[in-house]
Design a protein around this ligand. Structure first.
Ligand SMILES: Nc1nc2c(ncn2[C@@H]2O[C@H](COP(=O)(O)OP(=O)(O)OP(=O)(O)O)[C@@H](O)[C@H]2O)c(=O)[nH]1
Length: 601
């Protein structure tokens, strides 16, 4: 069947290279990916760095744990320490109250004993009374301001030692005066001494006659701060800022205190110090509350036995919690040390754990940018980084395999596995260059099967494919080592022969005859034998021609062989020179040979 071979060349190129073109595009895309220079993968932004995130995460953990520790631990410590301090204050306040109670009772009992022995019938005898008072005062001076005797109407008759203005006083003005007349010993509320201006306490006890009637009053007064009475309260210390108070609830007065400025001062108004208000209403014990001066204080209250007084021990909360303050500083210091350690550890971890990762990333980056050939990354360790690197290497191997497959597909025919037109062109170019250098010849045998279409049409494409594969197998046996057998169209093959010696045509002819012979062997299909033929066009060259011209010359010669009756070969009449030198006489059949057995099947 006559065909326009030159027009068909392009069509065949399209046919033979249809799949290949797609493959070539894929390869080009791959090459583009690997050769274009993408942006560097270096981590430039500080906030993108894993190390930064780890450091921030570590610092955040430390911050949270410090805040939690601070609130839980400090809260617990504050509570515990405040309780311990309050209990201690209670013990001290209670001890002081007992001691003060003892001292007061000692004076009360002393005065009551004296009253029993006082000669009631000589009350009006001033000299005798004063001598009696002096004798007992000097014997046991429990009342620092001395003692005095008053008539039943409250008028002070005599005192020792004599104090200015004392005799002018009337005991009838005291609120408890009547109780004394009824026979009770009374501890008078503290008051400022008219004589010294200092706070004093007086004790009054009745003097009875032989019939038991109250005929007078024996009294004793003492300054609260007098030696041997409450002076020890003044000297008592409760930390650097704490104080002890002796309180008279009826008067809402501080009777005595370790803080001199508070002595004989009034307590804050109701509502200003709730804990104190509760104590004045009878609460005894300890607690923490806001004082009138706005400071949180621990207060402990203890009653003074035998009196209505109470002892209060007060201490600012902050002063009671030195451990808490130290713990606070400790937590802050610990937090800072931990933060520094986290930074240090993360840096060490970065250097130790992430260095292989960074190195692998840098290598992969350089490979991606084409600075290094694609090769497996070194695997230093068997940890997660090593696993990642191995996985990357596996991926790389698959990529290379895939790339090789694509390369193969782009250069080979899928059905026969023979080189396709693209690869043939490369081989021809190489063969011509080689021939030029070696001064020998290159031959091209263009083979087109005869009678192939009927097999396809009658037995189907599958059988046609089997035939093409069988023909390929046979032609491969004919081709010498170093020759290239390519499939360039449906039933078209090209055999590229190199290293031909002069005369070049002679070697090519021998090969053509072998091809015609082997193709014409019967083919067994579907238990029937079929015969095919092949028309061969031969073109030879000494290496000075170009590949296209050589192919066109062989193609035209094959066309001539077809025209000559098929099953034969035709040698191109003139050796091709260059691409622009077209073969002028494709029908010329000089050198046409028809082997005896080259008949169509
Ligand atoms: N089975 C199969 N058939 C193909 C393939 N490629 C092309 N063909 C068929 O091969 C046939 C080639 O046609 P022709 O060259 O005219 O066949 P022919 O009978 O040898 O004719 P002449 O070359 O003129 O001798 C067509 O029918 C194509 O459809 C293929 O890969 N497999």
């Amino acid at each position: 069947m006559a065909k326009c071979r030159f027009g068909a060349t392009n069509r065949r190129a399209a046919l033979g290279g249809a799949g290949a073109a797609r493959v070539v595009t894929q390869i080009a895309a791959l090459q583009t990916t690997t050769t274009t220079r993408p942006h560097s993968m270096k981590i430039k932004r500080f906030d993108c760095s894993l190390v930064t995130r780890l450091v921030l995460f570590g610092l955040m953990l430390i911050g949270i744990s410090a805040v939690l520790r601070y609130h839980i631990l400090i809260g617990f410590l504050e509570k515990e320490q405040a309780q311990v301090a309050a209990d201690q204050q209670s013990i001290i306040a209670s001890y002081l109250a007992q001691d003060i109670g003892y001292r007061v009772q000692e004076r009360v009992r002393y005065l009551e004993r004296l009253a029993l022995h006082l000669p009631a019938d000589r009350l009006e005898d001033g000299h005798a009374m004063q001598a009696w008072l002096r004798e007992h005062q000097e014997l046991q001076p429990l009342f620092a301001q001395g003692m005095f005797v008053a008539a039943a109407n409250g008028q002070i008759l005599v005192d020792y030692p004599t104090l200015n203005g004392r005799r002018a006083l009337s005991l009838a003005d005291y609120p408890d005066f009547k109780r004394v007349l009824q026979g009770a010993t009374v501890i008078c509320p503290p008051l400022l001494s008219p004589a010294t201006g200092r706070p004093i306490m007086a004790v009054l006890t009745p003097v009875r006659d032989a019939h038991g009637r109250v005929v007078g009053i024996l009294g004793g007064s003492t300054e609260l701060t007098a030696a041997g009475f409450l002076d020890h309260l003044q000297r008592a210390q409760l930390g650097p800022t704490g104080s002890f108070l002796l309180i008279s609830p009826e008067q809402r007065m501080i009777v005595a205190s370790s803080d001199e400025a508070l002595v004989y001062t009034r307590l804050p108004a109701t509502g200003q110090d709730l804990l104190m208000d509760q104590a004045l209403q009878g609460f005894r014990g300890n607690g923490v509350g806001l004082a009138a001066n706005g400071v949180n204080e621990i207060k402990a209250f203890a009653p003074v036995p035998g009196t209505s007084w109470l002892v209060a021990a007060t201490l600012p909360l902050a002063a009671a919690l030195p451990t808490v303050e130290r713990t606070r500083a400790l937590i802050a210091r610990g937090g800072l040390i931990q933060a520094a350690m986290v930074v240090l550890l993360v840096v060490l971890a970065y250097l130790w754990f992430f260095r292989p990762l960074r190195r692998a990333a840098a290598l992969a980056d350089r490979m991606t940018r084409g600075e290094l050939p694609l090769s497996p990354l070194p695997v230093d360790r068997r940890d997660e980084v090593g696993q990642l690197t191995m996985a990357f290497n596996g991926l790389l191997a698959r990529l290379k395999l895939h790339q090789a497959e694509l390369q193969h597909q782009a250069h080979h025919d899928v059905l026969t596995g023979l080189p396709n037109r693209m690869m043939l062109a490369e081989r021809m170019q190489a063969a011509l260059t080689h021939a030029c250098r070696e001064r020998n010849g290159v031959g091209l045998l263009f083979l087109d099967l005869d009678g192939f279409k009927p097999i396809n049409d009658t037995l189907g494409h599958k059988a046609g494919d089997q035939v093409l594969q069988e023909i390929t197998r046979r032609l491969r046996q004919v081709a010498r080592h170093g020759d290239t057998l390519a499939r360039v169209g449906g039933d078209e093959f090209v055999l590229l022969v190199t290293d031909l010696r002069l005369p070049f045509e002679q070697g090519a002819q021998a090969l053509a005859e072998k091809c015609i012979k082997t193709v014409s062997e019967p083919i067994c299909l579907d238990q029937r034998q079929y015969r095919l033929g092949v028309s061969v066009g031969i073109a030879v060259c000494d290496g000075s021609c170009d590949a296209d011209s050589l192919l066109q010359a062989a193609d035209q010669a094959m066309y001539a062989a077809k025209a000559n009756g098929r099953g034969c070969y035709v040698i191109a009449p003139a050796r091709p020179a260059c691409a622009n030198t077209a073969l002028s006489a494709p029908a010329e059949t000089a050198g046409t040979t028809r082997p005896a057995d080259s008949a169509h099947s």
